[in-house]
Ligand binder design. Structure first.
Ligand SMILES: Cc1cc2nc3c(=O)[nH]c(=O)nc-3n(C[C@H](O)[C@H](O)[C@H](O)COP(=O)(O)OP(=O)(O)OC[C@H]3O[C@@H](n4cnc5c(N)ncnc54)[C@H](O)[C@@H]3O)c2cc1C
Length: 274
């Protein structure tokens, strides 16, 4: 990779390894300003095919046909929209993937491409202020919610806010400490992590086990909140694994929740990561 390539317009300024293959990255623009954005939106990161792959990744079945070209992928922004020095992204390694093995090989101070255009519809813009929010994520799907929480939790809007986060293991629960702290600080905020592989924990897991769908269907949230959320008072956000999103929509439909679109306002907002 040519480190001084003019295409590589951004610099990795922070790299926090949550677990092997799971990294929180902060990326700062070099010589340009980040545009305004709305929490929940995404940017695009890129690296050329000539960039090295990290040791955890598998070798590429087919190396890029034109290695000098940028490989680009979308990443939801986890940092607050009130702060525009850098964007924080939460990236999971897809070991056979084209971009993530290269992104995870980057060290602090190394260059990459970051889009100056930020887009996406998974925002709170079309949720009335008097509705409660249930933010459901698998894996790195928690990223857009971190931006929302970091931007709006103290905005004075009186609504309940719950994060239901599904991961394989406790050590994959990125942002857990921050969310636990916020839960203690804000009485209206509830954090429910759930593990799909609790039997692999080194010590017994005291929390919820199973998929995020089971947190919804077994009444955990209703018990936490003291009332059963309904489409009249609550909007749901779903982000991450497409199977989770389809499963949740199936569960929610009989309760009267309807997917939201620009044309037809609804109570389910979602973003599939692949
Ligand atoms: C709007 C949007 C926002 C996104 N935000 C994030 C984010 O915040 N963090 C993040 O890590 N990813 C995010 N993604 C996914 C990201 O854009 C890439 O698809 C992902 O990082 C894999 O890139 P890759 O080039 O390494 O793999 P590719 O070579 O593109 O993928 C190979 C195959 O792996 C599968 N795959 C892709 N992603 C995953 C995954 N996470 N887990 C399992 N299988 C997968 C797909 O079937 C894909 O065809 C987002 C996607 C979209 C559309």
């Amino acid at each position: 990779m040519a480190p001084s390539s003019p295409e590589l317009n951004a610099i990795l300024t922070q790299r926090i390894e949550v677990a092997p293959g799971l990294v929180i990255m902060r990326v700062a623009p070099d010589g340009w300003e980040l545009p305004e954005f709305v929490s929940g939106q995404f940017t695009v990161l890129g690296l050329p095919g000539t960039a090295p792959r990290c040791p955890l990744a598998e070798p590429e079945a087919e190396p890029p046909a034109r290695p000098e070209r940028l490989i680009r992928r979308a990443y939801s922004i986890a940092s607050s929209s009130l702060q525009r020095q850098y964007l924080e992204l939460y990236v999971a390694l897809v070991s056979t993937g084209a971009l993530t093995p290269r992104l995870l090989a980057l060290g602090i101070g190394e260059r990459l491409w970051m889009s100056s255009k930020i887009s996406g519809m998974l925002t709170l813009d079309e949720v009335p202020e008097n509705r409660h929010l249930v933010l459901v994520a698998t894996g790195t799907g928690i990223a857009p919610y971190m931006s929302m929480i970091r931007s709006f939790l103290d905005s004075g809007v009186h609504r309940r806010f719950a994060v239901i986060h599904g991961a394989y293991h406790s050590w994959d629960l990125g942002y857990r400490d921050e969310l636990l702290l916020l839960e203690r600080l804000y009485p209206g905020f509830t954090y429910i992590p759930t593990l799909s592989h609790p039997h692999q924990e080194p010590v017994p897991w005291p929390g919820h086990s199973g998929f995020v769908q089971s947190v919804w269907s077994d009444g955990t949230l209703a018990r936490e909140w003291g009332f059963q959320p309904t489409p009249a008072d609550t909007h749901l956000f779903l982000c991450g694994n497409p199977l989770m999103i389809d499963g949740m929509i199936e569960l929610l439909a009989p309760e009267g929740y309807v997917p939201h679109s620009k044309k037809e306002p609804g109570t389910i907002h979602f973003e599939r990561f692949w």
